[in-house]
Design a protein around this ligand. Sequence first.
Ligand code: B12
Ligand code: SF4
Ligand code: SF4
Length: 416
Amino acid sequence: MVRQDQVPAIFSRAPRGSGAGHGTDGSLRQPGLLDGEALKRAFTERAKALGFDAVRIARPDAIPLAPERLKSWLEAGHHGSMEWMQDTAERRSDPRTLWPEVRSVILLGLNYGPAENPLVELARKDRGYISVYARNRDYHDVIKGKLKEAAGFLASKASSDVKVFVDTAPVMEKPLAEAAGLGWQGKHTVVISRDYGNWLFLGAIFTTAELPADGPERDHCGSCRRCLDVCPTNAFPAPYQLNARRCISYLTIEHKGHIPADLRTGIGNRIFGCDDCLAVCPWNKFAQAGREARLVQREDLAALPLAELARLDDPAFRTRFSGTPIKRTGRDRFIRNVLVAIGNSGDLRLAEEAVRLLDDASPLVRAMAVWAIGRLLPPEAVARHADERLAQEADLDVREEWSRALQGAALTEAAP
Ligand code: B12
Ligand code: SF4
Ligand code: SF4
């Protein structure tokens, strides 16, 4: 889950006083300015009042292994088409490269735990599964607002500068959160807190203030491997490593092109993101339902009827998903995902939606409509639809889908 369209917010230090008081470092400070433990305590209290559930502090040099690990992840091509991960690698792997003046990194966690196990919805094959994180307002907007307020408070209480980051900047939030003791990176690579499980959004505030750092959290995964075994697309080449190119979250949200044929069945009815590896983690027994109202699941954003979604045109898509993270994929990519789910539904009633989309203006949609009817309709029906359209089809990828669907149909006919 990624958003690259924002720059960090910067807050300037509170103005230095003119001899009104002395800081513990001997510097002159205004009355009301704090530092060290007192500043940390006041900030933590304020951040929690703003709705953050966990607040911890790391030194900027606390992730010495991260640069090498990020490098080998990128060299293996695990980032897929997220080229910006490559472009920003140097700044990403060390907070001091991103901002040389930084002295402390504050990591904040916001619990978005669902009230019930979301995976039960996967059994409803005529419905589309939307990832828990996307079932209400875009969390970037929610967290960014809170981070800005927290950072503003810090800047007003400290003689230091402050910058805010959430997801959008080249910051390795997970290893930093582990180093700050907010949780540890589980075998699924996501940060798990002993208090909240793994349903936590992360945000970071960098500051030039020297704040007392917290110690790192250690790994509590033990011999468990539930998250690795449940992954429907085998996206983990090894524990603690994720190949994003195989991850449904990447395929349904970040990936702009056609979804590779060998991964489509594994996607099932997950049409925006995936929560399987998160939901099975036993540490969620300590999770509590999230308390931020703007992130609590909207009823009209869970288990959505595929037939209804397949009919969304561009304006209807925008209206329906306004303010949610879903809007970012745009209508065509979203309908591509819906068609994958229709193809996996085994529900013949949904075939008519796929047939209608065979004539869609978007090749991304047409290609997946071809795949869906190839999975749902009898071979003679697939051949008839191909006859009616192939001659006019100019897009090479869509033609390729037709030829795969026709081969599949021929194989089915030849079977005894
Ligand atoms: C790119 C990205 C993605 C990509 C890649 C995910 C990934 N695992 O890297 C995709 C699109 C797939 C994705 C999916 C999701 N994402 Co995302 N994503 C990011 C982003 C922008 C960068 C992550 C990154 O740096 N990846 C690069 C790799 C190299 O980093 P890494 O996983 O930390 O790699 C470590 C391990 O490989 C480990 N390692 C390597 N070898 C070894 C060996 C051993 C022995 C050990 C112990 C460790 C180890 O070291 C590496 C460095 O620490 C962050 C926001 C941010 N700025 O940090 C959000 C973020 C990680 N995403 C988040 C979420 C919630 C999700 C989803 C749950 C959304 C969904 N429901 O669909 C899924 C989860 C999928 C999963 N299992 O990871 C949250 C996670 C919160 C948390 N509690 O950790 C973040 C932090 C956003 C946020 N601000 O809250 N995401
Ligand atoms: S989010 Fe889903 S597809 Fe991605 S690694 Fe986890 S279980 Fe696998
Ligand atoms: S499911 Fe098990 S192995 Fe995976 S992150 Fe949770 S505790 Fe670790």
